[in-house]
Design a binder for this molecule. Sequence first.
Ligand code: URA
Length: 236
Amino acid sequence: MSLTCRSVGGARRAPGPRGSVTVDVMRIHVVDHPLVAHKLTTLRDKRTDSPTFRRLADELVTLLAYEATRDVRTEQVDIETPVTATTGVRLSHPRPMVVPILRAGLGMLDGMVRLLPTAEVGFMGMVRNEETYEAHTYATRMPDDLSGRQVYVVDPMLATGGTLVAAIRELIKRGADDVTAICLLAAPEGVEVMERELAGTPVTVVTAAVDEHLNADRYIVPGLGDAGDRMYGTAG
Ligand code: URA
């Protein structure tokens, strides 16, 4: 399977790996594939009910995760096939960590661990203040020491960027040296905030689309609405 990506971002561009471009340090991959576009369109449709939304989000994450894990660290391993001895690869230690941002990130967890079944899972509970739009952390469950870890943080919507910036700062503070954010959708405003606030940190964003803009309520336009509500109903 091969997924093509296009890159978006700010002014300073230089060739990066895999046909991407490097924008400062942060890399952005927009996964450009008809199946991704098809699933995303159904997610956007307001007539899509919660069970269908959850199933499609799960399938979409697996496609995004395939691209996001292209640089997952591996080590060489000697094995014997029924025919002969050979060498292959396995995921290196320390194992990668997947961190869903609660609540909506939970709907992306299964799709991630399907591709990375040996990954460890940490949790961050974050909520944005609907008046100031600032991110507030209400729960954290992950190792204090993430030294040498590749971390995949999953949050469906990169809107203002506040939540992801706060989450990624925390991961880097704990020693993570390679962080990939996987989002179903991104807004250009949020991408800019991440580029600015996380300049100089080893961060990659993988997403299915960068939409037009944020509206006055900081929802992504055209977007898909409130991802948590669409997944789990309207309970706050
Ligand atoms: N969070 C959402 O769930 N949707 C948006 O459009 C923006 C933030």
